[in-house]
Design a protein around this ligand. Structure first.
Ligand SMILES: [Zn+2]
Length: 284
């Protein structure tokens, strides 16, 4: 069942859970995530990030993502993750994405707010939702894991977040409270008070955690208690797929390794990894 992000977060709010936001960069990750969600009866977002263009074009996966979402037995939002310019955001909306995330976090406040407000105006015409970002999670290179000594990381200021939400009309806010994209090279220290304050000042706006994979189960549960309603999770699922391929190759035995068979192993491993994450997000 295809839903937008606003509807998805409403379900999370009602059930006091977080929905998982998983990147579907190709048919294998897409199938793994949808299977995991259906098996656990969990609402989810499937996402394609602009920086994944280096692997697949959005046009190549959009129709597939939408078909899987519509056919799913659970609510599924099809979201653009980290849209970096308005033309690309419009492309995602034209393709039928039911949510877009605009990442203007590297811009000065005024510029971020002005561009995000434009994205909100565009998305409304399509019935789609918008996730904005304020504060910086630091480096966002693909698969990069530098949380040590990363001085580009800026925690979100709750008062400024209140202003940002009022200025833009976004449906959900990605905020920086200690998580990082990519691999964690040290245990992140999360500041749950930032989440609680933003929720209190902004009428329980749904908060989105980026860099959710690699965060401890205890910290994930505490984040949900504080009001995180969507958790973006990808790197460790991606890593699980790669580990399965390595293990299958090392234990192949008779005959030549075949990519098709390796990808089945990767899919199964990603599904198991995602199921583990979803169980925590559902507070089970
Ligand atoms: Zn992110």
């Amino acid at each position: 069942m295809l839903v937008n992000l606003k509807e998805l977060c409403a379900v999370a709010e009602q059930r006091n859970i977080a929905v998982g936001g998983f990147n579907a960069v190709d048919v294998h990750s897409l199938k793994a995530v949808i299977r995991a969600a259906e098996e656990l009866d969990a609402p989810i977002a499937i996402m394609f990030a602009q920086l994944h263009e280096k692997f697949t074009h959005i046009e190549d996966v959009a129709a597939l993502m939408l078909r899987y979402a519509k056919d799913a037995s659970v609510p599924v939002c099809v979201q653009l993750d980290h849209g970096e310019d308005l033309d690309y955001v419009k492309k995602a909306l034209d393709l039928g994405f039911t949510a877009v995330m605009f990442d203007g976090s590297a811009l000065p406040y005024e510029e971020n707010a002005a561009q995000t407000a434009k994205v909100v105006e565009m998305a409304r015409a399509y019935g789609s939702s918008v996730e904005g970002e304020l504060g910086s999670l630091g480096k966002r290179e693909y698969g990069d894991g530098a949380s040590v000594g990363d001085d580009t990381k800026t925690y979100t200021d709750p008062q400024l977040a209140r202003q940002f939400i009022a200025d833009t009309g976004i449906d959900a806010l990605a905020c920086s409270f200690g998580t990082t994209h990519g691999f964690y090279v040290e245990k992140p220290k999360l500041n749950f008070e930032i989440v609680r304050q933003i929720r209190k000042l902004s009428g329980d706006v749904p908060i989105v955690m980026h860099g959710g994979s690699g965060v401890s189960e205890e910290d994930l549960r505490r984040s949900i208690d504080a009001g995180v309603r969507k958790i973006n999770y990808f790197t460790y699922m991606d890593k699980a797929g790669a580990a399965a391929i390595r293990s299958r190759l090392e234990n192949w035995g008779e005959g030549q390794p075949l990519l098709t068979k390796l990808m089945v192993s990767a899919e199964d491993a990603m599904e198991e990894n995602v199921k583990g994450a979803i169980r925590v997000f559902l507070n089970r």
